[in-house]
Design a binder for this molecule. Structure first.
Ligand SMILES: Cc1cc2nc3c(=O)[nH]c(=O)nc-3n(C[C@H](O)[C@H](O)[C@H](O)COP(=O)(O)OP(=O)(O)OC[C@H]3O[C@@H](n4cnc5c(N)ncnc54)[C@H](O)[C@@H]3O)c2cc1C
Length: 528
């Protein structure tokens, strides 16, 4: 055998390649980024000095610091403290255009992103609904998953957006108000029972914060109830809370939360959620139990944004069960080097040797660190390509995980190796979160509010906004109205509805929150 024939061919995906770049008719390379979250923001920032045209598309006008959403949901911070307008973030970056719009599909042959025309019917189908790209970065994140039980969503909202946080804050504060007005002890108890479905970081942080509200913040606010009587329950399907953390940290969090009065049910699945109760089913097959609770927050599953499926349809790329797109070591789609997928939307599962301190086997977790590092890596890849250099594989460095348990207490897993708990971990958590909040002003305001909150135990953003009709009444109101309609108009004799009437009814159905709280409905809610 000759020396030449002994050379082992390099598999196509590992072969270094210089990706040829296409350009606009004006000769500029066009980079389109979908999603201004942690991943997308870091791509755009990393291209600030590059000779490219960047278009950032987001359906929201702001970047959101999701790790602090629970503080908005529990009244510690205001929404503006943790969100920064995308236009303001990139106003000085002259190569970048920000577009408010929702990406709904792709034509990868023509290299265009399709935007929804819904928001602006006058331009629907017009030229602004298709954004051409030479390089496309899809970083549209994830959303909650109710594991096929989407009907639970109205009774157990998840925490993902500012609107979610405000809604959860509304429900938590409203629950204490309803309890103060309620005379039936068992219903009062149900109003004062808060169930967190899922014992991951979000469930743990929310439980700790609600306990603080009950024990400290609201201590002197009510006359007929004692907020300290609130029951706060975590139900988790795994054998311990903070299942992705080291066992020692889970134990610490478990002990601290229980000391604050939080009830923790491990190995317990939630198998039904209604407006007034939650069914808990132990994994060991023992009988299920019903817990009367009027405030439930979904902190369990997540699934990738719908754009993952859209990409799969357009390119044939593989997705996992959660809808995350399986990507190459260079963060591109297989056979589509001009399309990158990052952050929570991506399923990146490559040899541990390429990930420093990788937390565990399997795909990288959906955390901000992964999204940020991937965003920086892709910006670097584009800069390399502009210089005619080859792509390099992504290597993740696990900097660690943290979760706050309560005032001055946290758990921290540093670099996947070192652990810290208590006040020291809390101080580290504080420093790191302040460091990553976008905008100097927000950082300063957050620090001041935390300092004030730490000293006084007060929560300044304790506002009930929007409807003061609790969700339970909204659902019952809709049912009552539907029943009334059915009774009022027997189908055989009913006159044909006009399309206007149908539209009006549909609008009404979609907006149960607009209903007034009539005495009759309030009565039926109280009885239920
Ligand atoms: C409550 C909560 C607490 C968390 N706590 C932590 C924590 O403590 N530590 C940690 O590391 N991670 C935490 N995470 C996870 C972390 O926030 C995510 O991993 C990270 O935000 C993922 O970044 P991303 O850029 O992939 O997506 P995102 O930050 O979710 O950004 C996606 C962006 O895409 C936009 N978008 C979505 N669909 C479309 C569309 N069709 N068209 C246009 N735009 C679209 C969205 O508006 C959004 O701006 C937490 C997440 C949540 C929800």
């Amino acid at each position: 055998m000759s020396a030449q024939s002994a050379v082992v061919p390099v598999p196509p995906n590992d072969r270094p390649r210089a990706v040829p770049l296409t350009h606009s008719p004006e000769g500029r390379h066009r980079v389109v980024v979908i999603g201004g979250g942690f991943a997308g923001m870091n791509v755009v920032r990393g291209l600030r000095k590059s000779d490219v045209d960047v278009t950032l598309i987001d359906r929201r006008n702001h970047h959101l610091f999701q790790p602090l959403l629970y503080q908005v949901a529990t009244g510690s911070l205001s929404p503006a403290n943790i969100a920064a307008p995308l236009r303001g973030m990139f106003d000085r970056q002259s190569n970048t255009t920000v577009l408010l719009g929702e990406a709904v599909g792709f034509d990868v042959e023509r290299r265009v992103v399709k935007l929804s025309g819904e928001k602006n019917p006058t331009t629907a189908g017009g030229p602004h609904d298709e954004i051409p790209y030479d390089t496309l970065i899809v970083a549209s994140g994830s959303t909650h998953s109710y594991f096929g039980r989407d009907e639970w969503a109205p009774y157990a909202p998840g925490l993902k957006t500012i609107e979610d946080a405000i809604e959860i804050r509304r429900r938590i504060l409203l629950a204490f108000e309803e309890a103060e007005r309620e005379s039936a002890p068992e219903i009062r108890e149900a109003w004062m029972t808060f169930v967190l479905v899922g014992g991951g970081p979000t469930g743990v942080e929310l439980a700790g914060s609600i306990a603080e509200i009950a024990l400290n913040t609201l201590k002197n606010d009510f006359r007929r109830i004692d907020p300290a009587d609130a029951r706060i329950v975590i139900a988790d399907g795994g054998d311990r809370i903070l299942g992705s953390y080291d066992e020692e940290l889970s134990r610490y969090a478990d002990r601290d939360l229980r000391a604050m009065g939080v009830e923790i049910y491990n190995d317990t699945r939630v198998t039904e959620v209604t407006a007034t109760e939650v069914t808990l089913s132990p994994e060991d097959g023992s009988p299920s139990s019903k817990l009367a609770a009027r405030t439930v927050v979904w902190c369990a599953g997540v699934r990738a944004s719908r754009l993952g499926n859209q990409l799969a349809e357009a390119t044939g790329c593989p997705c996992d069960r959660e809808g995350r797109v399986k990507i190459e070591p260079t963060l591109t789609l297989p056979e589509r080097p001009e399309i990158f997928v990052l952050g929570d939307l991506a399923h990146f599962d490559h040899p541990p040797a390429k990930a420093k301190n990788k937390p565990s086997d399997g795909p990288l977790p959906g955390v901000a660190q992964v999204a940020m590092q991937q965003g920086k890596h892709v910006a670097g890849t584009i800069r390399r390509r502009l210089r005619g250099r080859t792509d390099e594989p992504f290597e993740y460095t696990n900097l660690g995980n943290m979760a706050v348990i309560g005032r001055g207490a946290a758990v921290a897993d540093l670099f996947g190796r070192y652990h810290a708990t208590g006040g020291f971990a809390w101080l580290m958590w504080l420093a790191i979160h302040v460091m990553y909040i976008v905008g100097y002003q927000s950082r300063l305001l957050v620090l001041i509010q935390w300092a004030y909150h730490y000293v006084t135990m007060d929560r300044g953003a304790r506002l009930i906004t929007g409807q003061t009709l609790p969700v339970q009444f909204q659902a019952e109101a809709k049912e009552a109205r539907d029943a009334e309609r059915r009774n009022a108009a027997p189908p055989s004799k009913a006159p044909q509805e006009t399309s206007e009437q149908k539209d009006a009814e549909a609008d009404e159905d979609e907006a149960p929150r607009e209903l007034d709280r009539t005495p009759a409905l309030a009565g039926s809610g109280a009885a239920g």
